[in-house]
Design a protein around this ligand. Sequence first.
Ligand code: ADP
Length: 491
Amino acid sequence: MFIVMITSECAPAAKVGGLADVVFGLSRELEIRGNDVEIILPKYDCMRYDHIYALQAAYNDLWVPYYGQWVHCTVYFGFVHGRKCFFIEPHSDRNFFNRGIFYGHHDDPERFAFFCRAALEFMLKSNKHPDIIHCHDWQTGLVPVLLFDIYKYLGMSHPRVCYTLHNMKHQGVTGDFILREVGLDNTGYYMHYDRLRDNFNPHAINLMKGGIVYSNFVTTVSPTYAEEIKYSDQNFGLGHTLHIHAVKFGGVLNGIDYDVWNPEIDRYIPYNYGIGNIEAKYGNKESLRHRLLLRQEFKPIIAYIGRLDSQKGVHLIRHAIFYALERGCQFVLLGSGPDHEINNYFLHLKHQLNDNPDCHLEIGYNEELAHLIYAGADMIIVPSLFEPCGLTQMIAMKYGTVPIVRHTGGLADTVFDADYAHKPYHERNGYVFHHFNYEGLESAMSRAIGMWYSYPQYFRELMINGMRYDYSWKNPGGHYLNIYEYIRDKN
Ligand code: ADP
């Protein structure tokens, strides 16, 4: 099958969060299974160009319609660790993708609407006729709308669209002028509740809603999140739309890429290890302490790696730091986020804890350090308010780092409590709490820390149970292929 991914992120070249990992890992798995996969991305100035090989112009004169005029674009081709990627560079004074950051500008909806139109124009002009177009999140919600209302009539008659919701918090709610920007001129037609009109703001359009309504199949990134967004307020207003389109909607748990996240072959960690020689993990713990100037003492290291965002439970992360220190643990945090207020909050905390030999907060994005933390820490906390899938807990388990998580979304699908899970002992792999408050968090942390100190043998079993789980792309890759085949063959 020929599959084209249209996306705003692909790891490790253009990565903000889990979306990037998913695009890379799923594409790789699909290729291993004999499919042809191409990925179309914007050409951002802030990409990791050191992860793109043989980058060169592949299509010099792509003219993309924009407000009734044309924007000249160049399309580049390069390999991102073996994946075939096209990068679209518009030559416009709007400077869409040369902003130094991926997201966070007031005109984000315009930037990515333009990208959707440009991606389809590129496919049309370069004669690409994929069986499946797979789009991701609000940034590419307009792709199926443009495909079925414009490009189908220009000759792209057979592609089917699979659309994946990675996070419903961000939907691309914006003014209807965006429609005219991309050539969907019949604004009144699209401003209908059955199409793109936002369910709550009657004067706005919702790009994610467009993706849901127009795609042939809609997935989200874990079965529990699929239920949660149908039946709770976690859909941020799109629950009704999901109900209407329920027959073409389902949850597929993300995988992680064991070529990237595997302590047996990880080149960013000084000591490789696996289930057979788990003691080598403690060499990494020592290196981590050395690198972050933490004291070498008989204590567990608890870590947090992730975006610093209200979704992730900012006050619980802060509480976890102080609770861990109080209970005789060390704490390492690696995080960053677009919200200045939250970033400053943690910078302030870092300042406050600067002289503490048991604590290190690293504010920023650092892929290499993330690997060492996964390998060196004993436990990782993920106290999210909601978590569509969550990759950090799955990565941590592969590294024998025991997750302490809140029971929500993909965390509920992947972490099974050491004491209370309805699972045999050998399938339990972490600690889980339910209530999104200090007491909930402490109940799980306290059990985990107690186990580490008092029953190291049992703690080690939990580590090994986690390492045994197969959270690779093998299973989800199969599920996605089934979905692709189903929509390809359906009339
Ligand atoms: P989300 O998609 O909500 O950001 P996920 O858990 O799905 O969260 O994915 C997070 C991914 O990003 C993981 O691969 C994690 O290791 C990585 N990551 C997050 N923050 C950082 C950071 N500051 N430095 C390095 N890697 C990070």
